[in-house]
Design a protein around this ligand. Sequence first.
Ligand SMILES: [Zn+2]
Length: 202
Amino acid sequence: MAIKISSRQIRRFLEEIVGKNGVAVLEACQKPVIDEKISERTKLKLNTVRSVLNQLHYIGLVAYDREKNQKTNWYTYTWYARSDKIAEIVRNHLIQKLDELRDKLDYESSYVFYECDNKCEKLPFELAVEYDFKCPDCGGELRIIDNKSAIKEVVQDIKEIEELIERLKPKKKKKTTKKKAKKKTTKKKKTTKKKARRKGKK
Ligand SMILES: [Zn+2]
């Protein structure tokens, strides 16, 4: 399933994986193209483009064809984005992210939090007691805070990511049907053998 990078949601998460330069390079090689051309299109230095291409190639988001010049013996590399891989790679990233968000939700909903007026750092009650309710950074008084909105935000993020993971799910189910079919045929063979034996005994 090819996913358009033009989707704002996909672009946001793709950027978390490959950075802004990574997304720019991916967009510049939607069709096979040489690295100089990518550099021209993205306005990135050729060295940067090459290093980004290597990173993208490592995670499987780009591939290349190479052609040897018979006169010079030099290779020309033509790069192209593997749009078919975007869904899979973004999905794996989201599955990991979902885990982190669930931990965060667990943390946010398990404690009562305290903070100073300068908002240096949010501390759970247990730690605030240890600091005698004085901020370890600025010395200001630690006051109890309402983290309902923080929890609401995490819940929202989790919901969005769960939906996207479902949407990016690969739709092939041929493998499982093949396995089932195999099991059935082996069963049939056994039963026919038994029947044959019985017949033989009679
Ligand atoms: Zn403080």
